[in-house]
Write a protein that binds this ligand. Structure first.
Ligand code: ZN
Ligand code: ZN
Ligand code: ZN
Length: 142
């Protein structure tokens, strides 16, 4: 994707595409799995940390990124592949590796439908599988 495309995504979401925001969105688009504030801070060390933080909050408010609660206590996010227009196909499960503490997007595994008792309203569903990722498991075997 080109920078102009990213600018269009931000504009459509109602965010003014400043060059800093574009840099941050580009870094986010390059992530294959979930990321945290510190992931971006490491990649974008030329940008002030508080700016990155505020931009993440902004992107989250405009649904460009989803927050993921993996139970580790650190805030993680993954990109919204529909640029803020989420649909059910996007509600995927996550895998938290207890060894490397990475949280992987299981994009092919959708969150199963849950029949709630009458009167209950779901706001947010987190589906986290915990264990050891393939990379860590293969290290362990050696
Ligand atoms: Zn989405
Ligand atoms: Zn791992
Ligand atoms: Zn994800």
């Amino acid at each position: 994707m080109k920078t102009e495309d990213y600018a269009l995504i931000l504009e459509t979401a109602g965010i003014r595409p400043t060059s800093t925001r574009l840099l941050i969105y580009e870094a986010i688009a390059g992530q294959t799995d979930t990321f945290s504030l510190s992931t971006l801070e490491k990649e974008l060390d030329s940008i002030d940390k508080s700016v990155i933080f505020r931009t993440l909050v902004l992107f989250h408010e405009h649904h460009l990124i989803h927050s993921v609660d993996d139970g580790s206590g650190s805030h993680k996010y993954c990109i919204c592949h529909n640029h803020g227009h989420c649909n059910d196909d996007e509600a995927h499960c996550h895998f938290y590796c207890e060894v490397c503490q990475n949280t992987y997007c299981l994009s092919q595994d959708l969150i199963p439908h849950i029949d709630l008792p009458e009167g209950f309203i779901a706001r947010k569903v987190n589906y986290i599988v915990k264990g050891v990722c393939a990379k860590c498991a293969s290290k362990h075997q050696k």
